[in-house]
Design a protein around this ligand. Structure first.
Ligand SMILES: O=P(O)(O)OC[C@H]1O[C@H](OP(=O)(O)OP(=O)(O)O)[C@H](O)[C@@H]1O
Ligand SMILES: O=c1cc[nH]c(=O)[nH]1
Ligand SMILES: [Mg+2]
Length: 211
């Protein structure tokens, strides 16, 4: 597994406002959208392309286009949904699958309540979107599901990661073709499994408290 922390002043600036507890939901959603576009630029560095010949108004030339099979973008509901538009803006040909996952806040165990995507992902590049990599339980389960379906190139785009979650991912996904792109690896997890300093509950801050 590879991890790439995007070190850029615009990313740091937007992330700081996202973390601020005074930031309201509409602003939070807008910033998450803008941030994911900046992260997506790095995350798609190895997106597969193929050569194409075109005519400019002046001459014939060779360029590239995104190749087939199309990449698959998979937001993990709920909070990952707030990253979808920003991602597909950069990857307009992508297909979109959905994974609904919830972390039990007392046991911190992740479970899946919905999955809609092709059963066969052989040869597909997959981009998983989830703002938070905390204990890593959610992302490890999601990535294992993609590998089970045959994906051979998986990139997880997360806004924030905890060192504990990164370590679990490295252990559980050793030797797998996985890259994590994030705006920050924070200090630690607290006793409730929340990232410190973090930004709180990403889903609640985007959409309100679910229960
Ligand atoms: O790394 P982990 O410890 O597994 O935690 C991270 C997960 O927790 C949050 O989802 P949550 O369960 O709150 O669902 P929600 O997006 O519907 O709020 C977050 O969006 C991740 O999916
Ligand atoms: O800090 C955290 C940890 C898990 N899920 C969140 O939304 N935030
Ligand atoms: Mg939540």
């Amino acid at each position: 597994m590879r991890i790439h922390v995007v070190d850029h002043p615009l990313v740091a600036h937007k992330l700081t406002t996202l973390r601020d507890k005074r930031t309201d939901s509409p602003t939070f959603r807008r910033l998450a959208d803008e941030l994911v576009t900046l992260l997506a630029y790095e995350a798609t560095r190895d997106v597969r392309t193929e050569q194409v010949d075109i005519d400019t108004p002046v001459a014939r030339t060779t360029g590239v286009k995104l190749s087939y099979p199309r990449p698959l973008v998979v937001p993990i509901l709920r909070a990952g949904l707030g990253m979808l538009d920003g991602m597909v803006r950069l990857l307009p040909t992508a297909e979109v699958g959905f994974l609904g996952m919830i972390r039990d806040e007392s046991t911190l165990q992740a479970s899946t309540y919905a999955a809609r995507m092709p059963e066969d992902l052989t040869g597909r590049q997959v981009y998983i979107l989830d703002p938070m990599l905390a204990t890593g339980g959610t992302l490890v389960a999601a990535i294992k599901e993609m590998i089970r379906r045959g994906a051979d190139d998986i990139t997880a785009v997360v806004l924030l990661a905890a060192p504990e979650g990164v370590e679990i991912m490295e252990r559980e996904l050793e030797g797998t073709p996985v890259t994590v792109v994030t705006a920050s690896v924070d200090e630690r997890l607290n006793e409730n499994g929340y990232i410190v300093p973090g930004l709180g509950d990403a889903g609640d801050r985007m959409y309100g408290q679910a229960d």
